[in-house]
Design a protein around this ligand. Structure first.
Ligand SMILES: Cc1cc2nc3c(=O)[nH]c(=O)nc-3n(C[C@H](O)[C@H](O)[C@H](O)COP(=O)(O)O)c2cc1C
Length: 341
């Protein structure tokens, strides 16, 4: 099975004329997909494209990459890093898109999936799916401004009917979008119900640009099933990438984790967070990560409570050494629903 998956994920693919290493990508995740996590992920390797956490389009033009908690990167990751921005209007999006291109990112992704109130109130994220004309105007304006690959990450919309998303996908393609990443859930659904994966097929069949599927990928079987049953061109993985970042290397090549991998990963991430963030931010981000990390284990809840009790990164390291031992019982299927945020 894994060989079939590996072969499929390594089929050559170009986005907007630029080759990408493979078809297994890191999904954008606020608070999780930061510079420190990406550095650790890069050490494992195997991820075809990484997406930044969402950056406010209003903030991007004036952000200082040395001090911004979100709009920051290592130069060496730029060739496989896509910057995601959230904004509502061409006026907000254009200057941000221009900066992203000027900085040398692989591509730009417009967020049309986020439905948290702070974003939706500003007519950004999934709010754009309520106003297809505004969504299209935003995409057209950005496309006219930049020549790097343009991505849109979107969802089914605000009702289960897939027809409006299909129509929008066609319009995005006509407007010059290079790749769609589709998460088949309605916007108010906070990942509590399973994604409707047949809806990925509907989007895929409507356009000829690459379509990546996303949502609830935990095992290699899930990944192969999404590819085979929907015909999508590749898969974008979110929460499971936090739980086991080596899955990219495992599924796209022959990486085999050793018995200390969970402990070593946690310690490596702690170091990278300390390197890139001030102590308070570093600890906050580590605690957010433990939500997904602890989901690996049968006794995840009790492990997580130990991590949450740490008051400094050194205490966190002590907790990691004390509580993460080789051979700990892994949950058969990490219960991602338990950790919905
Ligand atoms: C903590 C968290 C933050 C997220 N932030 C973003 C974001 O900034 N932009 C975005 O497009 N999607 C965001 N998402 C959605 C993910 O990209 C993805 O669509 C979702 O988690 C389903 O994929 P998964 O089941 O592989 O995690 C976020 C998800 C989580 C759990």
């Amino acid at each position: 099975m894994t060989q079939t998956l590996t072969a499929r994920l390594n089929r050559p693919l170009s986005i907007g004329g630029k080759p990408v290493a493979n078809r297994l990508w890191l999904a954008p995740m606020a608070g999780l997909g930061h510079i420190a996590y990406r550095e650790v992920l890069d050490d494992f390797g195997g991820c075809g494209l990484m997406f930044t956490e969402m950056c406010s389009a209003r903030a991007v033009p004036t952000e200082n990459r040395k001090t911004s908690p979100v709009f920051s990167w290592r130069d060496e990751e730029l060739p496989r890093l896509v910057c995601q921005i959230a904004g509502a209007t061409p006026e907000e999006l254009i200057p941000a898109a221009r900066r992203v291109e000027d900085e040398g990112f692989f591509g730009l992704d417009i967020n049309m999936g986020c439905s948290v109130p702070g974003i939706v109130k500003r007519n950004a994220g999934a709010a754009l799916l309520k106003e297809p004309d505004a969504a299209l105007a935003a995409v057209e304006a950005v496309r006219n401004e930049i020549s790097i690959p343009l991505f849109v990450k979107f969802r089914t919309g605000w009702s289960p009917d897939i027809a409006p998303a299909v129509e929008l996908a066609r319009q995005f393609e006509s407007a010059g979008v290079d790749c769609l990443v589709f998460h088949p859930r309605v916007a108010p659904d906070k990942r509590t119900r399973p994604p409707v994966i047949e809806n990925i097929t509907a989007i895929k069949e409507a356009v000829s640009i690459p379509v990546f599927g996303n949502g609830d990928i935990v095992t290699p079987e899930d990944c192969l099933n999404m590819l085979e049953s929907t015909g999508c061109d590749g898969v974008s993985v979110g929460r499971m990438a936090m739980a086991r970042p080596w899955l990219f290397a495992e599924w796209t090549s022959d990486f085999e984790p050793d018995e200390n991998i969970f402990r070593d990963y946690a310690l490596r991430l702690a170091d990278a967070l300390d390197e890139h963030f001030d102590p308070i931010r570093a600890l906050k981000r580590f605690k957010l990560f433990t939500v997904y990390f602890a989901a690996n284990f049968t006794f995840g809840h009790s492990l997580q409570s130990k991590f949450l009790a740490a008051k400094s990164m050194d205490q966190m390291r002590e907790a990691v050494h004390k509580h993460l031992r080789p051979g700990m019982q892994l949950a058969k299927r990490p219960n991602m629903n338990l950790y919905n945020t």
